[in-house]
Design a protein around this ligand. Structure first.
Ligand code: F6R
Length: 615
């Protein structure tokens, strides 16, 4: 989704803003722009395309300015084009925006009827136009801005400045993420932390309804709509929480890998280890630290999980694990569906949201709905200080570090790690897992970083297989039991990165429809670990073979697949309930290599945004 950056301080603003925009590229965008205000007035440069295209239209030498705004746009209202790119300006007021102004049509018609001429098709442009309207009516710029914001309905994070207030930068949040970075006598703001990690580790995560006025050396925070905006806090004041982030700038860089996605796939032994480190020797202690008491657990009749995309697939693995180890029913639902139906959630039950970014609009809405019903909300989240983490009753952090590749990989295995810890802890607390069983599982989980490392050893073989599917137009992914979500995840990764159509299906369900798709040469990836479902899955392989499909098996039992699968990718043996960890690795690699072979931009696949902050 759109990315916002803002800077005010002693540095030359445009290079800092361009650097920040580059670091936000992963969010997905189709156009980019920057603007500055200095003693001589203001300047705006914007274009459809990439940051390098924006670089290409900047003047040489760069205009000197100590403050400015930048934006990467992911089109919602108005096609990607130069004129729709941000920043948007009217009457000397410049605005960048992430989110959607829901009442923009109404506001635009009113402004047009009053003679305002629009230069774009965006919802955003109503904001500077509205501010200039109030200024024309005699209000000074700041009062006009505060008044105009009260007219806006929808979700927005805004960066605002004006040539009539040089030396002041405004950051406003309502429903879309915005963080303010505190440097030495300088301030930054951005949609996400990585934008300014090289400059500061100190951030304030803005809340809805807040506005920061940033000037050199001072940050003032106010609540909008509070009598027109009265300053209520200064940085030192209590309640103004500066969070120190332990991510480094290097963590958000490629470190010698060609792509972020590849780097992140290879980081998984470490990120799985980091996520379990704190609690692996005491999962029940983790529950207590999360504020979950034995009494609460005994009162739960079922658990609810909502998430989107890859995080939803992790939730499905979590369902299998929690039901198997803790014997408590788990309802898993896609967050965008959850929020719009009657939620039969009992008061005091447990609701878990799973979100890497902590900013996914549908997941946040589901979490809020569940809280309204009186559920205890726990979020499994990767970003300290994100909206989900601030709003939930409790947070279990995944420790994947910044995930920059748009396609989620290391966050997925980190989420599974957290869910397994939860499953073992709940199983123990509910008396369903005896100590010896829990110890065996914990022992196996401790080995997982090593086993994931071994699974990464399949990369060469996977690359060969990728060559054989590069020209395919469609594929099927099959799995059973706890590996059915892994088939879904493998298919999702392939779609996103290679643009090859792929369906994930429970292997046993194939005969009820998708078998009709099988024709000579159709690649069918089958996840088939040794265990109780091995023979059944072998039968599914026979069904595929009998219809001419080309079977690519992912297995820890290659000997039994000889002569049955066309291609075999071997992963290390694991405890059956933990097998998703090793099975997902070759599927991530398969998507990655296929995308690279097809010359796709795997870190920024078309149409996708890293963090989906609008509905
Ligand atoms: C897929 C992917 C998305 C995200 C989804 C949820 O590779 O990255 O499907 O998993 O948009 O995002 P979070 O976890 O940030 O809520």
């Amino acid at each position: 989704m759109c990315g916002i950056v803002g800077y005010i301080g002693d540095k030359s603003a445009l290079p800092v803003l361009m650097d920040g925009l580059k670091r936000l590229e992963y969010r997905g965008y189709d156009s980019a722009g920057v603007a500055y205000v200095n003693g001589g007035g203001m300047g705006i440069y914007k274009t459809m395309g990439r940051i390098r295209d924006l670089q290409g239209i900047l003047p040489e030498p760069l205009p000197e300015a100590r403050m400015g705004l930048g934006h990467t746009r992911w089109a919602t209202h108005g096609a990607p084009s130069d004129r729709n790119a941000h920043p948007h300006a009217a009457g000397g007021v410049v605005v960048v925006h992430n989110g959607i102004i829901e009442n923009y049509q109404q506001l635009k018609s009113r402004l047009q009827s009053e003679g305002h001429e629009f230069a774009s098709d965006t919802d955003t442009e109503v904001i500077p136009q509205l501010i200039s309207r109030y200024m024309k009516k005699g209000m000074p710029f700041e009062a006009a801005m505060r008044r105009a914001i009260l007219d806006l309905k929808g979700s927005y994070a805004l960066g605002i400045m004006s040539d009539q207030a040089p030396g002041k930068l405004f950051a406003v949040r309502n429903g879309s993420p915005l963080v303010v970075g505190f440097g030495e006598g300088e301030f930054f703001f951005a949609s996400d932390i990585p934008a300014f990690l090289p400059y500061t580790k100190k951030f304030v995560f803005m809340e809805d309804g807040q506005m920061f006025t940033l000037s050199k050396g001072e940050a003032r925070l106010e609540l909008l709509g509070n009598g027109g905006g009265t300053p209520v806090k200064k940085p030192e004041a209590p309640g103004f929480k500066v969070v120190e982030i332990d991510w480094t700038a290097e963590m958000a860089e490629k470190e010698g890998y060609g792509h972020f996605m590849e780097k992140e796939i290879y980081e998984q032994p470490k990120t799985v280890m980091e996520t379990m480190r704190e609690w692996i020797d005491d999962p029940p202690g983790m529950l207590r630290a999360l504020g979950i008491t034995s009494r609460m657990i005994l009162g739960w009749r079922r658990l609810h999980i909502a998430a989107c995309g890859t995080s939803y697939h992790a939730a499905l693995v979590g369902k299998y694990a929690i039901e198997a180890l803790a014997h408590i029913p788990v309802d898993v639902e896609i967050a965008s569906e959850f929020r719009y139906r009657e939620q039969l959630i009992e008061k005091n039950s447990l609701f878990i949201s799973i979100t890497q970014s902590g900013e996914t609009a549908d997941t946040l809405a589901a979490q809020r709905e569940a809280a309204k019903k009186g559920a205890f909300s726990l979020t499994l989240c990767n970003v300290v200080g994100s909206t989900a983490s601030r709003e939930a009753d409790s947070v279990l952090y995944t420790r994947a570090g910044p995930e920059i590749g748009v396609a989620s990989t290391k966050a997925f295995t980190a989420q599974m790690t957290a869910l397994y810890l939860l499953a073992v802890a709940l199983g123990t607390e509910r008396g369903r897992l005896i100590a010896a069983e829990a110890q065996t599982l914990i022992g196996q989980l401790k080995k997982m970083p090593l086993l994931v490392e071994k699974a990464l050893g399949s990369a060469r073989r996977v690359e060969e297989v990728a060559r054989s599917i590069t020209d395919s137009s469609s594929m099927l992914y099959l799995g059973r039991g706890i590996n059915y979500p892994i088939a879904l995840e493998g298919a999702l990764k392939l779609k996103e990165i290679s643009y090859i159509h792929a369906e994930g299906y429970p292997a046993g369900e194939m005969k009820h429809g998708p078998i009709a798709l099988i024709e000579k040469g159709l690649p069918v990836v089958v996840v088939i670990p040794m265990g109780s479902l091995f023979e059944k899955t072998l039968s599914n392989i026979e069904e595929v073979k009998a219809r001419g499909g080309r079977v690519i098996a992912v297995t820890d039992e290659p000997a039994s697949l000889r002569g049955r699968a066309d291609e075999t990718i071997t992963v290390p043996p694991t405890h059956p309930v933990l097998s998703p960890f090793v099975n997902v690795i070759p599927l991530q690699l398969l998507a990655f290599h296929t995308g690279v072979l097809r010359s796709n931009d795997v870190d920024k696949p078309r149409n996708l945004a890293k963090s989906v902050t609008v509905e």
